[in-house]
Design a protein. Structure first.
Length: 385
């Protein structure tokens, strides 16, 4: 029998106990379990009304059916279940509002009036477009062609041999030795700087300048591009220069200098002249600089450091951004290099935001492929000088 719900009425010894309306998606439980709706001593727990408005009769109970009502008598408890149908509720439609059309018409008329008044009362400035008349050039210069080059005159073999013999004779004649300072200066100017076979005797030259004083402001003499390529061998100032073999290297203002991560550590320039001592940089940094830097695999620690320090400038920016007020920061990085050359499982011990910034930099480093390596420890230190 169809219906929208079951109305359930419970009496105990003729006294009304409960009235409940059970919908299609609800259940009504009876029995001895703690969660039942109606506790009864029937030895079990079952849904009297199951989902879908299904009525389940307990075993041993004879129901009494009267049309849509089913009555159960369990001891002193009487349960009446009636299938009910909800009548449709019709909501009356509100009457249409007659104020909408006049309101729309009045609003349209008002907008048109406002626009009309604004156009009639506004001061309109005239738009002036300058017109420039371009006239073609009256005279076009003719295109001039370059004059043909004259053909070189070919000399006869006899004339060429005569000219060569005359030049050889002139070259074999020794130049007269200079007798005065002016003649020596002219001879030197014509021959070049320290270089001519005709200047056999330079005794007539007189020095008027102090060559050391004139070269006082000349900077270090070395190939800057070649020196910076390997930071003067990559020694970082750790080698011993006390022996006599290095006397010419560390003499005067031409001492060895560097611009790498150990710049200014063990090298100095004199404090006079144009190229004065400028001191070490404000921020120093060392990465994988001692035996605590350990790698296991194809790449050694020096190769790993070369690839990581390509991001050295970004590491300095991380220090300035996240550890500006910390005089010295030390941490250790750990990561693995896969067969594709990408770092995996990168993490840092300590340093907070600065360490996280270095981790993001190392994750973007591209190492050689097919060379898996485990970097067990990669120490990093930055400090202010």
């Amino acid at each position: 029998m169809a219906g929208d719900a079951i109305e359930l009425v419970v009496h105990f010894a003729g006294t009304l106990v409960e009235v409940r309306r059970v919908s299609r998606h609800e259940r009504y439980l009876i029995g001895t379990a703690p969660t039942v709706h109606l506790p009864l001593a029937i030895g079990t727990t079952l849904p009297l009304v199951d989902t879908g408005l299904v009525i389940r009769i307990p075993a041993g109970i004879e129901p009494v059916r009267e049309g849509p009502r089913t009555t159960l008598q369990i001891g002193l408890v009487t349960i009446a279940l009636t299938r009910v149908t909800d009548p449709p509720v019709y909501v009356p439609r509100p009457p249409a509002s007659r104020r909408l059309v006049p309101f729309v018409l009045a609003t349209l008329v008002l907008h048109v009036a406002v626009v009309t008044v604004a156009m009639l009362t506004a001061e309109v400035d005239p738009i002036t477009i300058p017109v420039v008349r371009a006239e073609p050039p009256r005279h076009v210069a003719p295109k001039t062609l370059p004059a043909p080059r004259p053909r070189p005159k070919t000399q006869k073999p006899a004339a060429r041999a005569k000219q060569a013999s005359s030049q050889a004779a002139v070259a074999e004649q020794p130049a007269p030795a200079p007798t005065t300072v002016a003649e020596a200066r002219e001879a030197a100017r014509g021959a070049g700087f320290l270089g001519s076979a005709s200047l056999d005797d330079l005794s007539a030259l007189r020095g008027t300048k102090d060559l050391a004083a004139e070269l006082a402001d000349v900077g270090p003499i070395y190939d800057e591009e070649a020196a910076n390529a390997k930071n003067f061998g990559g020694a970082g100032g750790s080698f011993d220069v006390s022996g006599p073999a290095f006397d010419s290297v560390k003499t005067g203002r031409y001492a060895t200098v560097a611009s790498g991560r150990g710049a200014g550590a063990n090298y100095r320039l004199p404090a006079r002249g144009k190229f004065r001592e400028i001191g070490p940089p404000p921020i120093m940094g060392l990465t994988c600089d001692d035996g605590q830097c350990q790698t296991i695999g194809t790449l050694d620690r020096h190769t790993v450091r070369d690839y990581v320090e390509k991001r050295y400038v970004d590491m300095v920016k991380c220090y300035e951004r996240h550890a500006r007020n910390t005089p010295r920061v030390e941490l250790t990085l750990h990561f693995e290099i896969g067969s594709d050359g990408k770092p995996n499982e990168v993490y840092a011990d300590g340093a907070g935001a600065f360490g996280s910034c270095l981790v993001r930099l190392v994750e973007r480093v591209k190492f050689p492929s097919d060379k898996p390596t485990q970097v067990r420890s990669y120490p990093v230190a930055f400090w202010r000088t």
